[in-house]
Design a protein around this ligand. Structure first.
Ligand code: CA
Length: 242
């Protein structure tokens, strides 16, 4: 396949949606391994998560739920990009999935075009992660935390070393490269998630909240300030005007 884009694990129990995704993603150059229930998906990930470039995971599945798969797989495969699909539009489920380590979230019904764009973004982030590991890209600081793209870890402000996902690393890198500049949620979606539908800004908020847990000490203001109505700003010296 000359236009091979990467290998995806698709976990979807609804035949019509699964077939449409399988067909369209393969037409886009992805190789798709389609699993129809949570248990076989879980087995496929446990036996070798590294064979996949990204996962598209439905939440409501027979046998093992998508949230359960996320909770168990994320600690074993922190670099695997995961996009969650769900019919539930409840904000709580979305936040829960992101908290458990999903990189992105799409609520059904979704447009195929939109989903394919996101799949490309997911796979690109995974590739960025492998490249940065190979090239051992220099460590960088955000607040008092030190990020190491080569090992996908952060020496947090708490003194703890924590493994993080490529999406978290890329978001940290984006802030670190733009001190003193207001970054809108839109801009962050474009540079990190590589799409700008404008509807998923909540995703950005959940990821910024995660980042703050690594970079801020428990006291004092965050080095990533929320600028009301505009977005976020990395202020390396919080408490002072930037
Ligand atoms: Ca389902």
């Amino acid at each position: 396949m000359s236009n091979f884009r990467g290998k995806l694990l698709l976990v979807e129990d609804e035949p019509a949606i699964g077939e449409a995704l399988h067909f369209n993603l393969e037409s886009e150059g992805f190789e798709v391994d389609w699993k129809r229930d949570g248990l076989t998906a879980f087995d496929a990930l446990c036996s070798d998560a590294n064979r996949y470039d990204a996962v598209i995971l439905d939440l409501m599945l027979p046998h093992v739920s998508g949230l359960e798969i996320l909770a168990r797989i994320r600690p074993l495969a922190e670099r695997l990009p995961i996009l969650v699909l769900s019919a539930r539009s409840l904000d709580a489920d979305k936040v829960k999935a992101l908290e458990l380590g999903a990189d992105d979230y799409v609520t059904k019904p979704f447009s195929l075009h939109e989903l394919i764009l996101r799949a490309h973004g997911l796979v690109k982030r995974g590739q960025w992660s492998r490249e940065s590991q190979r090239n051992a890209i220099e460590t960088f600081k955000l607040g008092s935390a030190e990020f190491s793209p080569g090992t996908y870890s952060v020496l947090a402000a708490s003194g703890e070393t924590i493994k993080i996902t490529p999406t978290e690393m890329l978001l940290a890198k984006t802030f670190a490269s733009n001190p003193g500049r207001v970054l809108s949620r839109q801009e962050l979606l474009e540079s990190v998630w590589q799409y700008s539908s404008g509807t998923e800004t909540r995703t950005v908020d959940v990821f910024v909240a995660k980042l703050r847990r690594y970079i801020d000490t428990s006291t004092g203001t965050s080095v990533i300030e929320t600028i009301r109505g505009l977005g976020y700003l990395y202020n390396p010296t919080p408490g002072t005007a930037s």
